[in-house]
Design a protein around this ligand. Structure first.
Ligand code: FES
Length: 133
C-alpha cells in the first residue's frame, strides 16, 4: 500500500521524541481516526533549531511527521508555516488516497507549535520591553 520511501520513514523515523527546553509546543488530533500528534521545537532567532515529534498514529502519520520535521529543521518560522501537507506528500513520493488525511496531522501540529511560540514570544517580548523601561 505504501511506497518504499514512506516505509523507510516509518521504519526509521527521524526526530522522534521531545525537544528539551522547547519554546514551541503543538498538539493536534485527527477527528476521523482519533490519532494524535505532538510537535516540540526550539526556535532561536526565528530559526527552527530543533524539532521532534511524538505520535499515536498510523504509518502514514509517522512517515509524514518524520519527513516534515526534516523539511522544516533549520528553516525560518515563516518557511515552516508555509509548508503544506501536499509538499510533504510530494516529498514522500505520494500516499494512498485514503491516507491523505493522515498527512494533515503533521502540518497541523507544526502550525500549532509555531502559533504557541509566537504567542509566548510576544509575551516574552512585552515583558522584556517593560523591564527595559
Ligand atoms: Fe489516523 Fe492515519 S489513520 S493518522
Amino acid at each position: 500500500m505504501y511506497n518504499e520511501k514512506v516505509m523507510n520513514e516509518f521504519r526509521s523515523p527521524a526526530n522522534v521524541g521531545e525537544v528539551e527546553n522547547a519554546n514551541a509546543v503543538g498538539q493536534v488530533g485527527n477527528a476521523s481516526c482519533g490519532d494524535i500528534m505532538k510537535i516540540t521545537m526550539r526556535i532561536e532567532n526565528n530559526i527552527i533549531e530543533e524539532v521532534k515529534f511524538q505520535t499515536y498514529g498510523c504509518a502514514a502519520a509517522v512517515a509524514t511527521s518524520s519527513i516534515a520535521t526534516k523539511m522544516i529543521k533549520g528553516k525560518t518560522v515563516d518557511e515552516a508555516l508555509a509548508l503544506t501537507n501536499r509538499e510533504v506528500i510530494d516529498e514522500l513520493g505520494g500516499l494512498p488516497a485514503q491516507k491523505i488525511h493522515c498527512s494533515v496531522l503533521a502540518e497541523g501540529a507544526i502550525k500549532a507549535a509555531i502559533k504557541n511560540y509566537l504567542e509566548n514570544y510576544k509575551k516574552e517580548g512585552a515583558a522584556t520591553e517593560t523591564a527595559v523601561r
